[in-house]
Design a protein around this ligand. Structure first.
Ligand code: IMP
Ligand code: MG
Length: 177
């Protein structure tokens, strides 16, 4: 199988959109201290870039849910494999995701974090693939780009753990040799 990648969202377009998202978050939270919870591993590059544009005091934490294994198709089952380390109670939490796809991951993470009684919880996802949604009513509070139903890699997103370090987002094409 031969893999190739076509650029969908350029480095420059990502940089511009991330700055716009940060402006909106700065405005909405009005310098309130914020806890960014990164959904590992796909959201780390997005969180690193977004956080550097935020004005308020920001805490970092990490959470990890497994849904896909190493394949490009969803299993539907989501497990929390690494929990937050900070005490979420009374914090304003912004959950940072790479992509909202079927919605199973965000549904599970939201419910899990809400059970810790944060002061507030919002979801910020770089990408959204609404055509793939299986869970009704799951949306992000902040969305970077709405994309078609294509498997994408780069800027944190992987295929079998590869391509996370691409500076742009590309569509992965897998063809016969
Ligand atoms: P959901 O639970 O189906 O919404 O899936 C969310 C997770 O699936 C994301 O956090 C990604 O890790 C992974 N995922 C979904 N679509 C893609 C894609 O196009 N490329 C890479 N990973 C994806
Ligand atoms: Mg992910």
């Amino acid at each position: 199988m031969k893999e190739s990648i076509s650029i969908l969202i350029s480095e420059e377009a990502i940089r511009k959109r991330v700055a716009e998202m940060a402006d909106k978050i700065n405005h909405d939270y009005n310098n309130e201290r914020l806890t960014l919870v990164c959904a590992l591993k796909g959201a780390i590059i997005f969180m690193a870039d977004l956080s550097r544009k935020l004005n308020a005091f920001v805490d970092f934490d990490f959470i990890s849910a497994s849904s896909y294994g190493d394949s490009a198709s969803p299993s539907g089952k989501v497990q929390i494999v690494k929990d937050m380390e900070l005490n979420a109670e009374d914090r304003h939490i912004l959950l940072i995701e790479d992509i909202l796809d079927t919605g199973n991951t965000i549904k599970t993470l939201r419910r899990h974090i809400l059970s810790k009684n944060p002061a507030s919880l919002k979801v910020c996802s770089l990408l959204d693939k609404p055509e793939r949604r299986m869970v009704a009513g799951i949306e992000a509070d902040y969305t970077g780009f709405t994309i078609p139903d294509k498997f994408v890699v780069g800027y944190g997103l992987d295929y079998a753990q590869r391509y996370r370090n691409l500076p742009y987002i590309g569509v992965l094409n897998i063809g016969e040799e």
